[in-house]
Design a protein around this ligand. Structure first.
Ligand code: CTP
Ligand code: MG
Length: 589
C-alpha cells in the first residue's frame, strides 16, 4: 500500500515550533486581521472576568446595605458588560474565521500548484488517493484547528491566569483550597491527551487508507463488476472501515471518561468552597459576596481547562497534518528548468539520442545504449513488441524522466539545458491513453488556449476526420464531456486527441498510437487522420499498425530496450529481420 510512504512520517516529533513558524508565514498577508482578532480575544477574556466580581459587589455593598438604586446600577452594568462581551466575541470569531479560511485557501492553492510541478516519477510512486488525502484531508484538519478556535487557547490561558489572580487577590486562603484539586485535573488531562493523541493519529492514517481504497475501486468499477469482485471488495472495505471505526470509538471511550472526571473534580472544588468558605463566612472571616464570587469564578475556571485539553488535541493533529503538508511541499520535483537556461526559439536542425540508458528505478535498465537522430522535417517510427521501451523513449524526449546515462541533444544543446516550458511547448504529444478532461469538446481540443479560435478548432477537427461525429452530437463542439471522456467511444477520443495535437501546430509531433482496436470504418478514419497529421512535420511515431508507418523516413526497431534494426521500410523488409517478421504477422492474410 503505497500511501504509507508518507503516512509513516507522522510518527516523528509532532509538536514543533518550526511548523508553527512556517504556518504563521502564511498568516503574514493577513496579519492585521490576525492581530485585531487577538486583541478582541484578550478583551473578551478580560470582560469575562468582570461578571462574578460585579456579583460580589452587588451582594456585599448594595444588598447588605439595602441600596436599591446602587443595585439597579450594578444590574445594568452587568447587562452592559455581557452585551459588550457578546459583541467582542462575535467580532473575534468573524475575523479569526475569515483569516483562517483565507490561509487554508492559500495553502490549498500552493499545494495544488506544487503538485502540478511534480514529475511522473512522483506519481508512479504515490497513489492518487494518498495525495488527495493530503490535499483535502490534512488541510481539513488544519481547517478544524481554525474553526474550533485553537487560537483561542491563548484566550483560555489568559482567562485561567486572570481568574487565578483575582481569586488570590479576593482571598488567598480560599484560593489555595480551590487550587488543591488542580493536580487531579492536570493528571487526568495528561493521561487523556496522550491516549487521544495516539488514537487521532491512527484515525487519520486509517482514513487515508479508506480514501486510497475508494479512489482506486471507484475508478476501476467496470473491472470490479466485470470480474465480479464486488463481494471481495466489500469484505476488504468492511475491514478497513471497521478499523477506522475501532480507532474512532477508542477516542470516544477516552472522551466519555475524561469529561465526567472533570465534572466530578469541579464538583469537588465546589464542595470544598462551600464547606471551607461557608465556615469562614460563619466566623465572619469572609463576606458572603466573596463566597458567591468564588463559586462563579470556579465554574468559569474549569471550563477553559476542559476546552484546553480538547483544543490541545486538535492542535496536535493539526501539527501532524501541517507536517505532512509541508513534507509534500518540500518534495522538490526531480526535473525542472536549470537556473541558466538555453533559449531555443525554433527547433531547426536535429534531435539526437546519444548512447542513452534509462531505468525507472534502480539499475533495471529498460533502455540500453539508444542512439539515433532525426532531422527537421523527418518522420521517424518506433516499432517493437510490447514492453520494448517505445513509450519510455518519448518520455525521455519530452523530459518527463531523466536518462541515467547518455545525452539527448536538440539542435546541439543537451535537453537538460533547455527551458523546460519552452521545449515542451514545441511538442504536441498524443499519448497512448487518450486523456480527456471534463468540460466540452472545444475546451478539450484547445486545452485552455483561448487564443485558438473555435474556427481553428473546427478546421483541425475536419482535418483529422473528427468533425463528422462532433457535428452529429446534440451540442456539437459544446457537447459536455464527462470525466475521462466516458461518454465517447475509444476511437472518438483518439480523434479528439489528434485534433488537439494538430491545433497546437507543433514543431515536433510525438504520437504514441493507442492500441485499442476500433471498427474498420473508424480505423480507416484514424489512418487517414494520421497521414494528414504527419504530413511534412517532424514527428516520432509509435505505431502498432505497421501500415501507418510505411512512409516514415526511418523505422527504428526496438527489442527489450535495445535498437536492433534501423532503416526504411524497404530496407528493413529486405533484411528479413524482426521487422520483416512483424510485417508478415500483420499482413499474412
Ligand atoms: N516501466 C516501468 N515503469 C513505468 C513504465 C514502464 O518500469 N512507469 C517498464 C515496463 O515494465 C516495461 C518497460 O518499462 O518493461 C518499457 O515500457 P514502455 O516503454 O512503456 O514499453 P512500450 O514499448 O511503450 O510498450 P507498449 O507497446 O505496450 O506500449
Ligand atoms: Mg507504450
Amino acid at each position: 500500500m503505497r500511501y504509507h510512504h508518507f503516512e509513516g512520517q507522522e510518527a516523528g516529533q509532532i509538536y514543533d515550533w518550526q511548523l508553527i513558524k512556517r504556518l504563521s508565514r502564511y498568516l503574514s498577508p493577513y496579519k492585521y486581521y490576525f492581530i485585531s482578532a487577538l486583541a478582541l480575544l484578550f478583551l473578551g477574556s478580560l470582560l469575562g472576568l468582570v461578571g462574578p466580581y460585579l456579583t460580589k459587589v452587588a451582594i456585599d455593598t448594595y444588598i447588605q446595605q439595602q441600596n436599591i438604586s446602587g443595585l439597579n446600577f450594578i444590574a445594568l452594568l452587568f447587562i452592559g458588560v455581557i452585551l459588550l462581551e457578546l459583541a467582542v466575541r462575535y467580532g473575534q470569531i468573524q475575523i479569526m474565521q475569515y483569516t483562517g479560511q483565507r490561509v487554508m485557501q492559500d495553502l490549498r492553492a500552493g499545494l495544488f500548484s506544487h503538485l502540478q510541478r511534480m514529475t511522473p516519477k512522483f506519481y508512479d510512486k504515490q497513489s492518487v488517493g494518498g495525495v488527495m488525502s493530503r490535499l483535502i484531508g490534512d488541510i481539513e484538519v488544519l481547517n478544524e484547528m481554525v474553526t474550533s478556535g485553537v487560537v483561542s487557547m491563548l484566550g483560555d490561558l489568559f482567562m485561567l491566569l486572570g481568574i487565578m489572580g483575582v481569586l488570590l487577590w479576593l482571598n488567598y486562603k480560599l484560593a489555595l483550597v480551590v487550587f488543591s484539586v488542580l493536580p487531579l485535573i492536570f493528571y487526568a488531562a495528561q493521561v487523556f491527551r496522550k491516549k487521544v493523541r495516539e488514537s487521532f493519529r491512527q484515525i487519520r492514517a486509517r482514513m487515508a487508507k479508506i480514501n486510497a481504497f475508494l479512489q482506486e475501486n471507484l475508478g476501476g468499477m467496470t473491472i470490479v463488476q466485470a470480474f465480479c469482485r464486488q463481494q471481495k471488495n466489500l469484505e476488504q472495505f468492511k475491514k478497513i472501515n471497521g478499523d477506522y471505526l475501532d480507532s474512532y470509538l477508542k477516542t470516544v471511550f477516552y472522551y466519555a471518561l475524561f469529561f465526567p472526571a472533570i465534572e466530578i473534580t469541579t464538583a469537588l472544588a465546589m464542595a470544598l468552597i462551600i464547606w471551607y468558605g461557608g465556615g469562614q463566612v460563619l466566623q465572619g472571616a469572609l463576606t458572603f459576596g466573596v463566597l458567591v464570587a468564588f463559586i462563579e469564578y470556579t465554574q468559569r475556571f474549569f471550563r477553559p481547562i476542559n476546552d484546553l485539553s480538547e483544543k490541545y488535541n486538535i492542535l496536535q493533529s493539526a501539527m501532524a497534518a501541517a507536517e505532512r503538508v509541508f513534507n509534500l511541499l518540500d518534495t522538490d520535483p526531480d526535473i525542472s528548468s536549470p537556473d541558466k537556461t538555453q533559449e531555443l526559439e525554433q527547433f531547426s536542425k536535429t534531435i539526437e539520442f546519444k548512447q542513452v540508458w534509462f531505468a525507472y528505478s534502480g539499475d533495471e535498465h529498460v533502455l540500453a545504449d539508444i542512439s539515433f537522430s532525426i532531422s527537421k522535417g523527418e518522420s521517424v517510427a518506433l516499432v517493437g513488441l510490447t514492453g520494448a521501451g517505445k513509450t519510455s523513449i518519448i518520455s525521455l524526449l519530452a523530459r518527463f524522466y531523466e536518462p541515467s546515462r547518455g545525452q539527448i541533444m536538440i539542435d546541439g544543446y543537451d535537453v537538460r539545458q533547455l527551458n523546460l516550458k519552452q521545449w515542451r511547448s514545441k511538442i504536441s504529444l498524443v499519448s497512448q491513453e487518450p486523456f480527456l478532461f471534463s468540460g466540452d469538446i472545444l475546451s478539450n481540443i484547445r486545452l485552455g488556449r483561448e487564443d485558438i479560435s473555435p474556427a481553428c478548432v473546427e478546421q483541425a477537427a475536419r482535418e483529422v476526420n473528427a468533425h463528422q461525429f462532433i457535428s452529429q452530437l446534440p451540442k456539437g463542439y459544446y457537447e459536455p464531456i464527462q470525466e475521462r471522456g466516458a461518454n465517447l467511444s475509444a476511437g472518438q477520443r483518439q480523434l479528439i486527441t489528434f485534433a488537439r495535437a494538430l491545433v497546437f501546430d507543433p514543431q515536433l509531433l510525438i504520437l504514441d498510437e493507442a492500441t485499442s482496436s476500433v471498427d474498420s470504418q473508424t480505423e480507416a478514419l484514424i489512418q487517414d487522420a494520421l497521414e494528414k497529421l504527419l504530413r511534412g512535420r517532424t514527428s516520432i511515431v509509435i505505431a502498432h499498425r505497421l501500415s501507418t508507418i510505411q512512409r516514415a523516413n526511418k523505422i527504428i526497431v526496438l527489442d527489450k530496450g535495445k535498437i536492433v534494426e534501423q532503416g526504411s521500410h524497404q530496407e528493413l523488409l529486405t533484411r528479413q529481420g524482426i521487422y520483416y517478421w512483424l510485417h508478415q504477422l500483420q499482413f499474412k492474410d
